[in-house]
Design a binder for this molecule. Sequence first.
Ligand code: UGA
Length: 436
Amino acid sequence: REVEKSSLTVIGTGYLGAVHAACMAEIGHEVLGVDVDEAKIAALAEGRAPFFEPGFPEVLKRNLENGRLRFTTSLAEAAAFGDVHFVCVGTPQQPGSHAADLRYVDAVVDGLAPHLRPGALVVGKSTVPVGTASRLAERIDAELAWNPEFLREGFAVEDTLRPDRLVVGVTSPSAEQVLRDVYAPMLAAGTPWVSTDPATAELVKVAANSFLATKISFINAMAEICEATGADVTTLAAAIGYDVRIGDKFLRAGVGFGGGCLPKDIRAFRHRAAELGLEESVRFLHEVDAINLRRRDRAVSLARELVGGSFAGRSVAVLGATFKPDSDDIRDSPALAVANAIRAEGARVTVHDPQGIDNARAVHPDLDYSPGAQKACEGAHVVVHLTEWSEYRDLDPVKLAEVVHGRALVDARNALDLAAWRAAGWEVRALGRPRA
Ligand code: UGA
């Protein structure tokens, strides 16, 4: 279906922006992607994806070739080109604080402001504390809308082209119409459309991520109870998940959530609520965070127990470095937190990951890395499974038993066939599950 072509810019070409830019070109718009990182822009312009995201390289190449997608490092060029500007820069956690660091969002808005074309619309997509849009609107002579993004890494292209819903926070009917035109193919496909004010749109995003984080910590809290009582959290999760009001998604107990979004978003939300004098309203997010971090400690202590109470002089194989499979993202990865904690207790730690090794090595040069899962396990006293890549499910515990020093396994993601490992003579521990 032909769309009414718009001239769009997408500012900030990380996971969110690069995928958004390519997907907006894919549905027919003229798109200019912008970033201050020259190397990243050069890579994208040559059709090289600067990160691992299934399906993204194909969409990128196709739209570079058909001429609808271009890249630049010039914000002034972007301002001169675009009718709609999507702001997709990062809002990381501030060092030494829980607050979101808004300097990149502020810089983009200030950089665009003097060069904007008349009638241009600036649309924030970054995750921000509620109130940001109205604060920024005072600094710019254009309408400022908020349109949060809900894509998951690993499914970013799919989630962008076929979102569960579109949420737009606008202050005028004309801005809503501009966004309806941009997203016309999604609307034609029946995607639910929620039009609201910017504050609600900003909050929808943090509320959604807070709910998801809470769901994971809920099941991980149940895992703690299961561990003390000999019950099995995986069965418990399946059983409660049959109730459609609860649902079976996001109830995988394990080493908890990480990544560039959920951990920092719940912290920034608590910080923002405190600023508003509403600390109590989201105090439970403190528990959500605490439960999540305790699971990392638990994975460490199960591994320690399996090597006889001390890591000193032991070799540990860590399967997985990324915060989840099908991504090369290691930001706040539980796997690397566990690997580093074990190393700090004196073990030699060898990490394998199908996609995340380069990123991990750059940030954690003190860990050892192996190009193969089986190789990582050679001579290990314990194998700790921390990111549920599908290739780990295909490992043969019989073959692996021949190369390890001790047949001991911690499944910190509850994703392996424990019966098969036990049958091959392995001593197995899993989070929230009985010992045998
Ligand atoms: C998350 C949200 O799912 C997206 O909707 C949102 O757009 C995105 O954050 C964002 O704010 O940008 P993402 O961080 O890509 O997406 O990853 P998720 O699939 O949500 O997983 C987050 C973490 O939770 C991972 O570490 C994963 O291993 C963990 N997780 C997830 C569990 O431990 N158990 C589960 O049942 C599900």
